[in-house]
Design a protein around this ligand. Sequence first.
Ligand SMILES: NC(=O)C1=CN([C@@H]2O[C@H](COP(=O)(O)OP(=O)(O)OC[C@H]3O[C@@H](n4cnc5c(N)ncnc54)[C@H](OP(=O)(O)O)[C@@H]3O)[C@@H](O)[C@H]2O)C=CC1
Ligand SMILES: CC(C)(CO)C(=O)C(=O)O
Length: 311
Amino acid sequence: MALRVTVVGAGGIGGYFGGRLAAAGHEVGFLARGAHLEALRGQGLTVHGPAGDVVLPPVPASDDPGDLGVADLVLLAVKTWQLDALVDRLDPLVGSGTAILTTQNGIDTPERVAERFGREAVLPGTAKVFANVEAPGHVRHVGGPGLLTYGEWDNRRSPRVERIRRALDRAGVPVDVPPDIWVELWSKFLFVVPFGTLGAATDATIGELRSRPDTRELLTTLMREIHAVARARGVALPDDIVGTTLDFVDQQPEQGRSSLQRDILAGRPSELEAWTGAVVRSGAATGVPTPAHDMFYEQLSARRLLGPGRG
Ligand SMILES: NC(=O)C1=CN([C@@H]2O[C@H](COP(=O)(O)OP(=O)(O)OC[C@H]3O[C@@H](n4cnc5c(N)ncnc54)[C@H](OP(=O)(O)O)[C@@H]3O)[C@@H](O)[C@H]2O)C=CC1
Ligand SMILES: CC(C)(CO)C(=O)C(=O)O
């Protein structure tokens, strides 16, 4: 059965997953803006990828949630710092059965959405893909398995979790519904924040960060701090998470850089608050010292204030 999906933020993540769902015959509308919106409505959406392109004719799209109507699934795919301006405008998309699947890196978005729509509406999730908007109407899948993980707030296997899995299956999107979605969110956080923070502070690639003994040690220190904060918050990360995450770092493409690094170094708004800042705040709230994150957070905040090239 076709699912009614609204993609909120038709960028790298929204365009990639929304495009695949639409190509599989689901009823997909896109919240977008600017030249990208005009292209989606005028020419359509193309998702370019290593395994071939998905080419869609003009798709339903608007900058006004009121035009898109109530959805079965809202795929929330704006950046974390764009959410505050948007969340109160999403009421027209959300009915009593609507699931709002969050894809943001970080650990705060599900709670932010739940403040507005209730925990029962939210499916916390993560996206395992590298994708970006290449030009208006064109999204590039750079790599990664294109996998979505999600679950109910309390991890129960609800009918809608299975229904969404079937819809994604039909679109060729691999899905993982883990036993504990919070472990999944924090595991990704424990990879992406040290990599992003240290990358932004040094402008080194992941290949350089992992192979120099001093930066490898710093990555390890940052991971240990996040592990300690997660434990204090009652998130049952495996005891060997730092070691397995370092193994994962070692498997990433040599030249890899995070979006945080690219955005900060280009002087664009970034997800610093949701990544490094969230560790600092969470450490303070739980009484867990996070001196390495505190230091890099100060440095990167100052860099942001001073502008690109000044840090
Ligand atoms: N890209 C990736 O490979 C990965 C990203 N993530 C996470 O996914 C989230 C989304 O990232 P990503 O897809 O890269 O971000 P993008 O910037 O590519 O996409 C966000 C899109 O939302 C649009 N948008 C924001 N606010 C509005 C609004 N009010 N009305 C209409 N459109 C709006 C943006 O438009 P505009 O450009 O005009 O601002 C942009 O097209 C982030 O939290 C990121 O950390 C997770 C895993 C991998
Ligand atoms: C590091 C990466 C690509 C991992 O998925 C990411 O999520 C980001 O850069 O925002």
